[in-house]
Write a protein that binds this ligand. Structure first.
Ligand code: GLU
Length: 475
């Protein structure tokens, strides 16, 4: 059902998709999907110095990876300059725009002066007084200038769907620069023009844009454009409760993806950054989020980003995954770590099966499974169980080898190995005397899957070789 609802995600390609802007994209996506509306993607690349193609690629690629498919776009503002020019002309015609020739130095001096008098710095409006013809002449003569919007100083009220009624005094703002020149509109201007041109009904974005809203509303009024509804999402805070920033680390989606966080887990995690279902439920698929999401359940207060929670959610999705899927996803990580040049599912599945319960992110897979692919490296001391002597451990391993040797190749599986080895191990007073060094001999690790499971995957020959190497170490 088409409801006429239209939302947009409008990132600037000046950095990667990260937890913050991805959350904005998700909430726009969820809201439009839930309401049967349209979700569009607009690349705000009017800042030529700071915009980079690689960031645009990163944004598109990672949005797609997260599963946040847009219905229209990507529209690039750099390709829409004519539309902004026309709107600038309209502003000029209505006497709401003017050239400003104030230099950086003049503006800075004004700022300092205002600050020293305890005032909020704002542009004085000096160039507003210039005669239009004179200003045009100076601009034509090549004198450096920008284009300002003659703001109407008044109270601007709007209703925010999350924060309720909001009022700003635009008299405190001064005339804003809307374009550096005719070819280079700035954010507030191009976004306002586009939101109208693209029939955006709901502007859902981060709280850091809340003070831009009155400026955009005045621009809409000056240009005779319709006002969309606004919803400003709560700030995302780091674990130290300050606004999330680069200082807190790398929060790009590409980074988390590389670490082996699943798209499903990141989506689930982002949804809970400011939204809550009103129940205890914590696990959501994208499709269940579409059903349950509502702007009414988005909080006003900052949302703390807790990586432990992300890890917990990720581990949950990993446990839920089919063994085949998890193995498929693990193979590239094993290759990347140089453990295998190529690996078939048939080889990897039995290994991954032993670890599915404990993998929190795919990045850990090589570290957990490496011993399957190469001889373990460890010190002889690790073989020692509690205060048992090395000599006795060596004897235990020798007896173990004899017992293992007696098991026929065709019977080499976890149940049979366990049934045969356990009674011997039990007879040692503590079964650790056999089981601990057996497990260390096979894995070289302090912690790992159990010795019988590992032996099964390694096979009889390799198991016996590793037990023999362990005994050599103890000599
Ligand atoms: N390009 C702006 C940003 O990335 C968009 C803000 C908005 O949604 O209006 O912050």
């Amino acid at each position: 059902m088409a409801t006429g609802i239209r939302t947009r995600f409008a990132p600037s390609p000046t950095g990667p998709l990260h937890m913050g802007n991805a959350r904005t994209a998700l909430f726009n996506y969820l809201f439009s999907r839930k309401e049967g509306g349209v979700f569009l993607l607009r690349i705000e690349d009017t800042d030529k110095e700071r915009s980079e193609k690689r960031w645009e690629e990163d944004l598109l690629e990672n949005l797609t990876w997260l599963g946040l498919a847009w219905d229209e776009g990507p529209f690039r503002q750099s390709e829409r300059v004519d539309i902004y020019k026309e709107a600038l002309q309209t502003l000029f015609q209505k006497g709401k725009a003017y050239y400003c020739f104030c230099t950086e130095d003049e503006l800075e001096a004004l700022r300092q002066d205002q600050i020293s008098r305890g005032e909020t710095p704002k542009y004085s409006g000096k160039c507003r007084a210039l005669k239009a013809e004179e200003a045009e002449q100076r601009q034509k003569n090549g004198e450096p200038s920008v284009i300002r919007f003659a703001l109407e100083p008044r109270k601007v009220k709007f209703h925010d769907l999350i924060r309720g009624n909001i009022e700003f005094d635009t008299g405190l703002m001064g005339d804003i620069v809307v374009a550096k020149d005719w070819e280079t509109p700035l954010y507030n201007f191009s976004a306002t023009v586009d939101d109208a041109a693209m029939d955006i009904t709901h502007v859902i974005r981060g709280e850091d844009h809340i003070s831009n809203t009155p400026k955009q509303i005045l621009l809409q009024e000056a240009l005779g454009l319709k006002r969309p509804l606004y919803a400003h999402l709560p700030l995302i805070l780091g674990e130290d409760r300050t606004k999330l920033s680069k200082r807190h680390g790398d929060f790009s989606i590409a980074h988390f993806r590389k670490q082996g966080y699943l798209a499903e887990a990141i989506i689930n995690f982002l949804a809970l950054l400011g939204w809550n279902p009103g129940t205890e439920k914590e696990i959501f698929s994208l499709s269940s989020l579409i059903k349950e999401f509502s702007l009414e359940r988005v909080q006003k207060g900052g949302a703390m980003l807790q990586l432990r929670k992300l890890e917990w959610i990720n581990a949950f999705f990993i446990r839920q995954m089919s063994l085949q899927k998890l193995s498929e996803l693990s193979i590239p990580y094993l290759k990347e770590a140089g453990l295998v040049a190529d690996a078939s599912l048939k080889t990897v599945e039995p290994m991954v099966r032993l670890y599915q319960e404990r993998i929190k992110k795919l990045f850990e897979v090589p570290e957990l499974l490496d011993f399957f692919f190469k001889k373990p490296e460890y010190s002889a001391d690790l073989l020692v169980w509690k205060d048992v002597s090395k000599k006795d451990i060596s004897k235990a391993l020798q007896e173990l080898a004899t017992v293992l040797q007696s098991i026929e190749e065709k019977d080499w599986n976890k149940e049979i190995i366990e049934t045969i080895v356990m009674p011997h191990a039990e007879r040692q007073g503590s079964r650790g005397v056999w089981l601990w060094p057996m497990r260390v001999a096979l894995t070289g690790k302090e912690a790992s899957a159990g010795p019988f499971e590992v032996a099964t995957v390694l096979g009889k020959k390799e198991t016996l070789e590793r037990v023999a190497s362990a005994r050599k170490k103890l000599r």
